[in-house]
Write a protein that binds this ligand. Structure first.
Ligand code: BTN
Length: 260
């Protein structure tokens, strides 16, 4: 069933986030549509929502499985000042967690920096792309994909590593209610987030990565160590074998040992 947009709007309590929505039954990727809209001057907070994506994409060039009418696929066009750009990768996964918790009672965790997990399987992923002009942000594209009513078990390629709210709950969730809750949470957190703020603490407290032995890969480089903490900007502090510490801004984390 397609999204009921007026039910979504009824739940929206935001000032600017999602106050302009572009709704598509099908597209290649909401990231592409959002980029074109942003280049054409779309307002801060504009959202592109699609029912299905033919080439939905994830981080590190991976595909994002995007079947029709079951999940949430959207991209927000944001125009933050440069000093707030990095907060998007803290605010967005936290907004997804809080919205899921509010609507379903489930308690998602976060794999640094912004994968949302339930029972160790991924329920949502977030792709953030930004375009700078000198030292100012032209726009940032914030693209979450949330597996809502998806029968993940029917996709053998991802069934072991991915989940959906339906899989966890045993019943469907209203996508309209969840989407509105997500936009509401996102705006509040975005307005409140500064380096080292309570928002960062709330994100940190959901990180299942901390205290674990991890391998981090980024830009062809791999580093192994203990994920000790995050700094005020959300970078991962890795304690290496020789006892030295490095702060990692972005990357793909693999947890190497089971949780204690
Ligand atoms: C990841 O975990 O690798 C990020 C996945 C992001 C998927 C979403 S779905 C909406 C938006 N459009 C895309 O093509 N990708 C993001």
């Amino acid at each position: 069933m397609w999204l009921n947009l007026s039910a979504f709007e009824d739940g929206l309590q935001t000032e600017f986030v999602a106050r302009r929505a572009v709704y598509l039954t099908s597209t290649d990727s909401t990231m592409n549509v959002a980029r074109a809209e942003a280049e054409n001057g779309a307002a801060d907070g504009t959202v592109i929502i699609a029912e299905e994506q033919s080439t939905g994409r994830g981080r590190f060039g991976r595909a994002w499985v995007s079947p029709a009418g079951q999940n949430l696929y959207f991209t927000l066009i944001m125009r933050p000042p440069l000093e707030r750009l990095r907060s998007l990768s803290v605010v967005t996964p936290l907004a997804v967690c809080l919205a899921i918790e509010e609507v379903t009672g489930l308690e998602p965790r976060i794999k640094w920096p912004n994968d949302v997990l339930i029972n160790r399987r991924k329920v949502a992923g977030i792709l953030i792309e930004s375009e700078l002009s000198g030292r100012s942000v032209k726009y940032a594209l914030v693209g979450p994909g949330v597996n809502v009513n998806f029968d993940v078990e029917e996709s053998p390629d991802i069934a072991d590593i991915a989940t959906s709210l339906k899989r966890e709950l045993g019943h469907e969730t209203s996508r309209e209610t969840l989407l509105a809750a997500l936009m509401n949470r996102f705006e509040v957190l975005y307005n409140a987030a500064t380096a080292g703020s309570e928002v960062l603490d709330a994100w940190r407290s959901r990180l299942e990565t901390l205290g674990r032995e991890v391998t981090v890969t980024f830009g062809g480089q791999t580093q192994e160590g203990l994920a000790e903490d995050v700094d005020v900007d959300g970078s991962l502090i890795l304690c290496l074998r020789d006892g030295s510490r490095v702060a990692i801004e972005a990357g793909e984390v693999t947890l190497r040992l089971p949780a204690p």
